[in-house]
Write a protein that binds this ligand. Structure first.
Ligand code: NAP
Length: 304
């Protein structure tokens, strides 16, 4: 019987694990692959306090993991298949095991949304990508497209300028959603060409991406752009399928919690990108992970 099982090993999960382990609780963190979550696909993090020159996503996660393990956090690479959550009993089905725990902290994060247009599924890994940091070097001196107008699209488009010859940034409105600083940086890049009020209709190509069919939102004109890569950054959807019939979720599927990160079932907490909230940052995930672990400890004490 564990005191706390944490599902997901991004910044929220690793911080919850650090706090839980430092409170000398029996804590297990389950992560499908290696800990890290979306931060691992971030080349350079420059808005996490304490790193005035910035830090690579990989290094930041590595430090968080080492720190949590130093205080005795048990981390297992195991996919969680199912959870049974109630006020009285909490069971986590991981790999071939059924684990019992007194409290659960959900830190399952979020995943990239797909466009849902023709050609997308077929060409994933053959020119369609959701991670410029991972795939940009394949597009040296080529023309590519970035879809989206948020912080991720801007950051990744700027990263792509290191490799690609030209980057079409395709956004469905005439103003960007991303922060002003990133907007200015992207607009200052000669390699980035903005296509405003434009949406993609089809990704073209058979064996690999050859182009995009696009439509202007207002004039309805349909036109094509030849590109060899399409990078999609249109937001994220929460990884909440595990709990969708057990906990209260927002209409978009994020886990609803109170200010102490407790979900609609006592003893089940949520932190990080999977939680319904205003701001999705590493810094907010970390604070929520710490709060969730502390609240879980209070919950365990109240049950003694
Ligand atoms: P986001 O802020 O939700 O932006 C998604 C973008 O994609 C928006 O511009 C949206 O257009 C567009 N979009 C959505 N659905 C679309 C569709 N079907 N077709 C075409 N375009 C579509 O997502 P994000 O950029 O991934 O950021 C997620 C969160 O992480 C945000 O809170 C962001 O601030 C944070 N983040 C922060 C940093 C940083 O601080 N450095 C870096 C990355 C992400 P509309 O604008 O018209 O809705």
């Amino acid at each position: 019987m564990y005191d706390i099982i944490i599902i997901g090993g991004g910044p929220a999960g690793l911080t919850a694990g650090l706090y839980g382990a430092r409170s000398l609780l029996k804590v297990l963190l389950l992560e499908r692959l290696a800990p890290g979550g979306q931060v691992l696909t971030t080349d350079w993090v420059e808005n996490y306090p304490g790193f005035p020159e910035g830090v690579s996503g990989f290094e930041l996660i590595d430090r968080m993991k080492k720190q949590a393990e130093h205080f005795g956090l048990e981390i297992r690479n195991e996919e969680v298949r199912k959870v049974e959550l109630s006020d009285k009993k909490k069971r986590v089905f991981a790999g071939k095991e059924i684990l019992e725990t007194k409290a659960v902290i959900l830190c399952c994060g979020a995943n990239w949304k797909r466009l849902g247009i023709e050609g997308e599924d077929k060409l994933i890994g053959k020119g369609v990508s959701y991670c410029a940091t991972c795939d940009a070097p394949f597009y040296r001196d080529q023309e590519v497209a970035v879809i989206g107008g948020g912080d991720t699209a801007l950051e990744e488009a700027i990263f792509l300028t290191r490799f690609a010859k030209k980057i079409y940034l395709i956004h469905r409105r005439d103003s960007l959603r991303g922060t002003k600083l990133l907007q200015e940086r992207a607009k200052a890049q000669e390699k980035i060409v903005f296509l405003w009020e434009t949406t993609p209709l089809k990704i073209l190509g058979q064996q690999g991406v050859e182009g995009l069919e696009l439509q202007h939102v207002k004039t309805k004109e349909i036109f094509q752009k030849a590109v060899s890569g399409v990078f999609v950054f249109i937001g994220t959807r929460p990884n909440s399928d595990l709990v969708k019939n057990q906990l209260e979720l927002s209409p978009e599927g994020f886990v609803k919690t109170d200010a102490d990160m407790q979900s609609s079932i006592p003893g089940i907490f949520a932190a990080g990108d999977v939680r319904a909230k205003l701001l999705r940052q590493i810094s907010t995930a970390v604070g929520e992970g710490a709060t969730a672990a502390f609240a879980a400890e209070k919950y365990l004490e109240s049950r003694k």
